[in-house]
Design a protein around this ligand. Sequence first.
Ligand code: GSH
Length: 214
Amino acid sequence: MSDGIVLWGAVSIRALRVHWALQELGLDYQFRPILSRSGETLTAEYTGHNPKQKIPCLQDGEFTLTESPAIVNYLFNAYGEGADVHLSQTVEEQARADEWSYFAMMEMDAHSLYVIRRHKFLSEIYGEAPVAVASAAEYCLKQINAVAPAVAEFDPYIFGDRISAADILLASTINFAERYEVELPASCRAYRDRAYARPAFQAANARNEDLDAT
Ligand SMILES: N[C@@H](CCC(=O)N[C@@H](CS)C(=O)NCC(=O)O)C(=O)O
């Protein structure tokens, strides 16, 4: 019998994105609060779900999905109709959503923030690389300053009143940048603060941090 929706992964910015999407969509889900770098992603059971041995991973019945942006987009596409969220209505809107999502995932998360995280904050595992860290921080700051004027136009989110999957990816990654000591432009800080004040975000954050949750 299907367990419905099951989310694997806790105390992680990337799992938090998925909790947030589930909460915005008002979906019930089971939670398996496994932690990264704890050995819990290395078990045979979990490796069967995600051979990359990383969190998060989502199961929806027989369907299994990894990669936080793919999961957030899947949930909005599968369950967003009728929910109080923004779904793209035109090809251009979808392209704009993709532009923000790829910016957050590539320019910020992958190209710069994960370099800083791995080689400054997890250097005991991944090794010290101060030149790469400094270069990644400078790169991230340049990117975020470049988009700050466009972020200042969000009213209050990318597509107006309703939050979109792209907002979840962008706001969570902007917050990730601040955690890794990238100074946020005022417009980006204000946008992150608006998004993080949402009750759905607050509920998601509490569940992401609750290791006793199911
Ligand atoms: N691109 C993946 C990255 C997943 C990822 O790196 N997750 C981290 C936790 S936030 C993890 O599991 N790290 C454990 C490891 O690298 O062994 C996503 O966005 O879901």
